[in-house]
Design a protein around this ligand. Sequence first.
Ligand SMILES: [Fe+2]
Length: 349
Amino acid sequence: MLVTAAGTMRTLGYTAQVEKILEEHGIPYKVFEEVESNPSTATVELGVKLAREQGCDLIIGLGGGSAIDAAKAIASSAGLGIPILDLMREGMSKKGLPCIAVPTTAGTGAEVTHISVLTIKESKRKDGLRSPYNFPSVAIVDPSLTLGLPSYITAYTGIDALTHAVEAYTARAANPVSDLYARKAIILIKQYLRRAVFYGNDLEARKGMALASNLAGIAIAHAGTGAAHGIGMTVGGICNAEHGVVVGLALPTVIRFNLGTNLEKYKDVAELLGEETHGLSLRRAAMLAAEAVEALLADLNLPRRLGDIGVTEDLIPELMADTKTQRVWLNNSRLATDEEKEKLFRALL
Ligand SMILES: [Fe+2]
């Protein structure tokens, strides 16, 4: 079963391209093109129903992080015959159906992570299916599939990759292996993200970003993310905002909040993003990491505040209530109290 979103995937001819390959090889298939942005557990349930009715034995996820996360979840739930909400609550003890992930954006790294982020519509919450058995079996990363991506989506998905790399690099669970992936991803993003946004047909830049996204995905599969993703999960669930937009606008403020936990590493981030730190104090050099991200957001014309995407002060109690369920805060290098979390939200309004 081919799992994808309707609209762009059809218009760009990507869905037809996969259908053609399957037909040429005589492989019977069903297309499930119902995946929305911030996919819901209800959508996954629909996909699981179709996969089981049709006896599908392989799931292909084609698209951005939403399509791939949904495909992974459908593969797991349909293969095991266990409802998605139960899997999210109780985890998995073995693998479901095999899943082939084909990303058409460069940012989420969903093709190499074990997490499917899903929105539970009834409670307006984002939660994840997290299991080592939820990794796709195969990832096909073809940068030419990102050539048709509009500049705004290129920008916010690319910033998601940067946020993955910076958060994984400074997370509590960071380790020397994840650090290697995160550092290389930051270098590639510095080198290629502006190019990919400003001139979408630049294949070398698209290739650099596809690799950066993939490496940053591997980094978070090892080390997890942090507070910017805590904010992203909460705001994404309640306001249905684009994930990359939220985590990106939160990142500079989160870096400043976390700064004292590891000045050396934030200095590294500043340097990897091209900042000149020679002769500066360690603290001043580390601070440049936040400034470099702000400059990138400004260059890419991305929103800088939660207010820009419609989040208003009256939502703060609802946002704060949701943060209690987002475990990713525990992986942030600085353990935030409720008061500090609220301050972060207010600082971002
Ligand atoms: Fe992300």
